[in-house]
Every structure is written in structure tokens, then in C-alpha cells.
Design a protein around this ligand. Structure first.
Ligand SMILES: *Cc1c(COP(=O)(O)O)cnc(C)c1O
Length: 409
């Protein structure tokens, strides 16, 4: 088996591209024509896997799905227009009114908002501290269908008990959905802890350049969908390990239309080629910044799973290739966070993460503003918390930038 990066950079050409092109071309088409109408009928009736209509399939998207699927060692992958579209469509396709699921309470803010919305539509969710598998176990009910967790939570960097929850889900027959965005398949492959379905926002580390949105759902083949009540009879064909992903593509992508465009898929595929290189550099840079800030007298606290005093430090070191490129910190009392951030020159004030550029954001005033002070407090988000997504810049420039911005106080 070729290595992680070799597999990605040679993936397109192994698919056999016209003229020996090394990049999968951007197929800017909505529809596909057939000489023989029987061929078209075969596509619609599932006898042929050829292309029908662009809301569900496009060759450029297929090439990206092949790459993501290989990175996650899945049995099938479906791409979406955004990471949120991937999560929303996945749950829409697999849950019904009256169902319940358990979710980590340390969640990407928009996912939290989406799960509240599911509640309005009759699908109930219980939020628990997923750093403990016991907390997940206590929330399970007869109508519980699945468990949803992230790997490293943003912005406070809690690490879910990924292995313990995997064991629990297997014992209790629950589907296990892991959002791998913060680690990416380079740092961690959730199939190793028994995940049934993996979500990635391609917008972040996999695309990496902040130039395209995208999302993906990968089926690992580890769950026996014959025991799952919500698979429609039409999709109970062939290998039961693929029933869920088939329903996600057929029901979710077709009914909702949260389709990824071919131009974005092309950008994301190019980005994916350098995922390992970028993330190595980002993680090394993050570690150097954390070490600088952690000892600084104008910094009160740094949250990073690579620090020995982080509550899930041992777990992070055991599971992940590196403990990530994102960290957050609180300034010492009396230091004006906005004035500090405005003095940063190389570091950009921005809300994205996983970009090649280092980005900083004040959490309580922006991404967690709508939640209000009580929910923020319950999630351990201090008013002064600043989140840093480390980029690939030269570390001397990043250290100098933080140094001058702190020295001016
Ligand atoms: C950004 C993010 C998402 C959503 O992805 P978009 O592509 O922005 O829709 C989902 N989960 C996590 C953990 C994220 O960081």
C-alpha cells in the first residue's frame, strides 16, 4: 500500500483520465447524454453506476470522493457543498421523528445550532461531556440511534473519549459518528476507534487554502445496518455495510440538493495533495507558539492537548499523530484583548481555521456570542478567550508578532 501522500497525489491518474492528464478536469456539466436509451434506464434503475444528473454525481466530485475515502480508509464517501451540509444531510437521512441521539456538548458552534433545530423537528438530542464515555452511556435511551462527537473540540481543545465511546457504541448497537475536521485523516483515522460514519469539513485542513467550501461523509463499513430501523427497503440492496451511505446519497443529496460544485471540488482536491506537509508545519508552529505563550507573564492560561497539564493530554498523545494546530489562551487580568489583537500584524483577525495563514479570533464576542454568557460559562469559555489557528508561516515571524503585541502592554 502506498503511503498517505503518495496515494493522494496519484489518485486522479489511477482513475484513468483522458489524454493522460494528471489532474482530474473540472467537469462543468449538469447532465450526461446516452446513445442508447436503455443505458440511461439502467442508470436510473441501479444496474449501471454511470452518471445521471449533477445534483448527485459529477466526475470531478467522484475523484475527490475517491481521495477522501482513501484517506479515511472507508468503503464509500459522499461530498457536500459545506461541512454543515454534510452533517445536516447525514442526520436528516438517518434520523426520524421520535428518534434520539447523544452528542458531545463541546461542539463546533454551528453544529450545536443545527442540533437545536433538529429538536424543533421532533428529533431529540442530549448534550453530554464526551470526554467521558460514562456520560454518554448514561444518556442512552431505547430510542437512541447514534452518538455524535468531534475529535478535538474547538476552541477549548477537549478531546472526546473516542475509544471508550467506540466500545460503548459497539456494545449497545449504536451508530457512531465522528467529526474528524479538527484532526483530519492525517492526524487521526476514526475507523481505528470503531467509527461508523466520519464527517470532514473539507473547508478546513483538507482544502487548507481558505479558497473553497466543502464537506464529506465517509462510511467505514464497521456498522451492521441490518439492525438499524431507518434504512428504507429500496436501499437494502447489496452489502449492508453501505446501506447508510447509499441512503445519504440517494435520499439526502437528492432530496436536499446540498451538492458540492465541480470548481470547488477541484480546489479541494489540489489542497488535499499537501495536507500532510501543511499539517506537519502547522503543528510544529503551534507547539512553538504554545511554548512561548505558556511561559509568558501576560498570559494566564493556554489550552492545547500537547501540554502535559491538559486533562486529556495522554489520550491525545496516544490517539493522534500530533495534538493539533489549534489552541486557545486567556490573557492575564487587566490586558485588553482587542487592543492586543489589533497590534498583531502577521496574524490575521479572522473566523476560519485550518488555513495556511495564522488566524486569531476573540471567542466570546464572535463565534460564541449568540450562545449567551450562561451557556458559554457552562462550556468553560472565558470572556477573554482567544483562539489561534496556526498557519504555515516561518515560525520566527509568528513568534516576533506575538512577542511585540504582548510587549506593548
Ligand atoms: C468548520 C467546521 C464544520 C463546518 O464546516 P463548513 O465547511 O464551514 O460548513 C463542522 N465541524 C467542525 C468541527 C468544523 O470546524
Amino acid at each position: 500500500m502506498p503511503g498517505f501522500t503518495t496515494s493522494i497525489v496519484h489518485s486522479d491518474r489511477r482513475g484513468g483520465i483522458e489524454h493522460g492528464s494528471l489532474q482530474k478536469p473540472i467537469h462543468a456539466t449538469v447532465a450526461y447524454g446516452y446513445e442508447d436509451v436503455q443505458d440511461l434506464a439502467d442508470v436510473f434503475q441501479g444496474r449501471s453506476a454511470a452518471y445521471s444528473y449533477g445534483r448527485q454525481v459529477n466526475p470531478t466530485i467522484t475523484a475527490l470522493e475517491t481521495k477522501i475515502n482513501g484517506m479515511e480508509r472507508g468503503v464509500a464517501t459522499v461530498c457536500f457543498g459545506t461541512g454543515m451540509a454534510a452533517i445536516g444531510t447525514l442526520l436528516f437521512a438517518l434520523l426520524r421523528k421520535g428518534d434520539h441521539f447523544v452528542s458531545s456538548s463541546f461542539l463546533f458552534g454551528n453544529t450545536n445550532s443545527l442540533f437545536q433545530t433538529f429538536g424543533l423537528h421532533g428529533v431529540d438530542v442530549t448534550f453530554v461531556d464526551a470526554t467521558s464515555a460514562r456520560a454518554v452511556a448514561e444518556a442512552i435511551r431505547p430510542e437512541t440511534r447514534l452518538v455524535f462527537v468531534e475529535t478535538i473540540a474547538n476552541p477549548r481543545t477537549q478531546v472526546a473519549d473516542l475509544e471508550g465511546i467506540g466500545t460503548l457504541c459497539r456494545e449497545r448497537g449504536l451508530a457512531y459518528v465522528v467529526d474528524n475536521t479538527m484532526t483530519s485523516p492525517y492526524l487521526f483515522q476514526p475507523v481505528e476507534v470503531g467509527a461508523s460514519l466520519i464527517v470532514n469539513s473539507l473547508t478546513k485542513y483538507i482544502g487548507g487554502h481558505g479558497n473553497a467550501l466543502g464537506g464529506a461523509v465517509t462510511e467505514t463499513g464497521r456498522f451492521d445496518w441490518t439492525t438499524y430501523p431507518n434504512i428504507q427497503d429500496t436501499y437494502k440492496k447489496g452489502d449492508p455495510a453501505k446501506w447508510a451511505i447509499t441512503q445519504v446519497r440517494k435520499k439526502g443529496l437528492r432530496d436536499f440538493g446540498p451538492t458540492l460544485g465541480p470548481e470547488a471540488a477541484h480546489h479541494l482536491g489540489i489542497g488535499a495533495e499537501t495536507l500532510a506537509l501543511r499539517q506537519e508545519r502547522q503543528c510544529t508552529n503551534a507547539r512553538a507558539l504554545v511554548d512561548f505563550l505558556n511561559g509568558h507573564d501576560k498570559v494566564a492560561r493556554v489550552y492545547y492537548p500537547g501540554l502535559p497539564d491538559h486533562p486529556e493530554h495522554a489520550r491525545a498523545m496516544a490517539l493522534f499523530r500530533h495534538p493539533g494546530a489549534l489552541f486557545s489562551f486567556e490573557l492575564a487580568d487587566g490586558i485588553d484583548a482587542f487592543a492586543f489583537m489589533n497590534r498583531l500584524d502577521v496574524v490575521i483577525k479572522s473566523s476560519n481555521l485550518g488555513d495556511n495563514r495564522t488566524l486569531a479570533i476573540p471567542v466570546a464576542e464572535t463565534i460564541y456570542y449568540e450562545m449567551g454568557p450562561e451557556r458559554r460559562a457552562s462550556m468553560g469559555i472565558a470572556d477573554s478567550l482567544i483562539r489561534i489557528s496556526t498557519g504555515i508561516e516561518d515560525i520566527e515571524d509568528l513568534l516576533a508578532d506575538f512577542g511585540q503585541a504582548l510587549a506593548a502592554e
